[in-house]
Every structure is written in structure tokens, then in C-alpha cells.
Design a binder for this molecule. Structure first.
Ligand SMILES: Nc1ncnc2c1ncn2[C@@H]1O[C@H](COP(=O)(O)OP(=O)(O)O)[C@@H](O)[C@H]1O
Ligand SMILES: [Mg+2]
Length: 259
């Protein structure tokens, strides 16, 4: 599952990290968290429970001949959770990929082994639609789209859903939308929330998830401490919300498999 949005600061990394941890801690899943963002915020968010590794994702993306992403995977101190190391060189890789044939599908192929090892692979994306995000979308079977309660984020969701359409039709990769996730919701902003909720419903209807991630300072503090919310403050509203998100997404997946 890719976590993607064109806008920065909407909670992509917070969502990728805490969803991955909730799936591992509460659903007994083996989860791999792949960081495709050169800002390396996944590692920063989990630095109290992980260590850097010798092989970076950009090494895998640029390797000739092709290389398996499992070479880059490092286990974390959290049961069930593994991740890729921080990789600032991804920034350069983005440009260098441009000259490679089949540049959009390198991650897809590199994850073949990981798909057999892990129950869920969560891919955190950079805040643009470059080669790194495209690699993530073509490697994923579904995309989760965080959206904070702003007009700009809303426009970003529309752009991203257009890209999903392109991936489905032109690139012929079956990519589902796992849902649009409302993030950083401040319940005191009643009018603004109503307006954005209305626009979300009108534009994206059933794609909007029931789970809402509230503004919660514990989530930001956990990131500063380098820990998932599950470990930092398991009883905070943020932790409760990310557990609910994990359960909702698994229920949807179950429905899809059943139909
Ligand atoms: N629900 C939330 N409540 C409070 N702070 C949040 C919440 N979600 C994200 N943040 C904070 O907002 C900032 C941006 O979030 P982040 O997940 O890094 O966004 P993105 O990956 O989309 O750029 C971070 O400092 C993070 O700690
Ligand atoms: Mg991020």
C-alpha cells in the first residue's frame, strides 16, 4: 500500500509509520515500511526503535543488473516491523532514473521477494508526482491518500486520483484507492470542517474513510522522540485513531477479497 499525496505536511509519514506499527502490534502482521522520500522522515520518526542499514533504496533502484529490495531491509526493535534505511541519495536517484528504460516499474520488480515475506508493505511517498512516487504507485495494489482539512489538500487529492486513473489505464497497473483519510482534524473548526467534509463527499463519495485522524500533539511529540505513537502514548487520541484506521482498512480488504 502506498501512502501518497501531492501536498507536503498532510500527514503522509505520520500515517505510514503509525499505520504500519498498528498493523504489526495489533494484527500480528509482518509489515515492511519502505521510505521513498529523500527527506527520510520514516527513519527519523522511528529512530528510537531502528538503526540505519548498509544498503539504501536508491542503490536498489539504480542497480544494474536488477537487485532485490530485501537487501536493504532492516528489522526494527518492534515485533513484526521492518523498514528501509534513511536514504538522502533518493533525491539524486529521482533524476538518474529518468534515463532508465522501465523506470516506473523498478520498485515493483524489486519487491517480488518482499511480497512473499510480508503481510503488508507500506510505502511512504515524497510530496510530488515524480519517478519515486510513480515507482511506489506501480509497486502497490492500493493507495491511501491523506488529506488535511484545507482546500489545497483537497485539490491535491483530485490530482492524485487522476494519476491513479492514468496508472490504471495508460500504464495498465490495477491500483485501487484504499481511501481518502482526513488528517489533522481540529474539531473546534466546525465551519471549515463542514465545508471540507461536504466537498470531500461531493467529489470523492465512498472513497472517504470513516476513520478521522484528529490533531493530537502526542503524534508530533512521538515523531520528535523517534517512536511510534503506539509505544509513546498508546492511550492518546492519535493512537486510538491509527488503530481504528488499521482495522477499517483490513475490513475493506476483507470485503474486497470476499467479493
Ligand atoms: N494528527 C496530527 N496531529 C498533530 N500533528 C500532526 C498530525 N499529523 C502530522 N502531524 C505533524 O505535522 C507535521 C507533518 O506531518 P507529516 O506526517 O510529516 O506530513 P507529510 O509526510 O505529509 O509531509 C509533522 O511535524 C507531524 O508530526
Ligand atoms: Mg513525509
Amino acid at each position: 500500500m502506498a501512502v501518497a499525496a501531492q501536498k507536503g505536511g498532510v500527514g503522509k509519514t505520520t500515517t505510514a509509520v503509525n499505520l504500519a506499527c498498528a498493523l504489526a502490534a495489533h494484527h500480528g502482521q509482518r509489515v515492511l515500511l519502505v521510505d521513498m522520500d529523500p527527506q527520510a522522515h520514516v527513519h527519523a520518526s522511528l529512530r528510537a526503535v531502528s538503526r540505519p542499514g548498509p544498503v539504501a533504496v536508491s542503490d536498489i533502484l539504480l542497480a544494474e543488473p536488477a537487485r532485490d529490495l530485501m537487501d536493504a531491509v532492516v528489522p526494527s526493535a518492534l515485533e513484526g516491523l521492518s523498514l528501509t534505511p534513511p536514504d538522502k541519495a533518493l533525491h539524486e536517484a529521482e533524476g538518474r532514473l529518468a534515463s532508465k528504460v522501465g523506470r516506473e516499474v523498478i520498485l515493483q520488480a524489486a519487491l517480488d521477494t518482499a511480497r512473499t515475506w510480508f503481510d503488508t508493505i507500506v510505502i511512504d511517498c515524497p510530496p510530488n508526482l515524480g519517478n519515486l512516487t510513480l515507482n511506489a504507485l506501480l509497486a502497490a495494489d492500493e493507495v491511501l491518500v491523506p488529506c488535511d482539512m484545507s482546500l489545497l489538500a483537497l485539490e491535491g487529492v483530485a490530482d492524485l486520483l487522476d494519476t491513479v486513473q492514468t496508472v490504471n489505464t495508460r500504464l495498465r497497473h490495477p491500483l485501487d484507492v484504499a481511501g481518502v483519510l482526513r488528517t489533522r482534524v481540529d474539531t473546534r473548526n466546525v465551519k471549515q470542517n463542514e465545508a471540507i467534509d461536504g466537498a470531500l463527499r461531493d467529489n470523492f463519495g465512498g472513497l472517504v474513510l470513516d476513520t478521522v485522524i484528529p490533531v493530537n500533539s502526542a503524534l508530533a511529540q512521538a515523531q520528535t522522540e523517534g517512536q511510534p505513537i503506539e509505544r509513546f502514548q498508546p492511550r492518546s487520541r492519535g493512537a486510538v485513531a491509527y488503530r481504528a484506521l488499521a482495522a477499517e482498512l483490513l475490513a475493506h480488504r476483507g470485503e474486497r477479497v470476499a467479493s
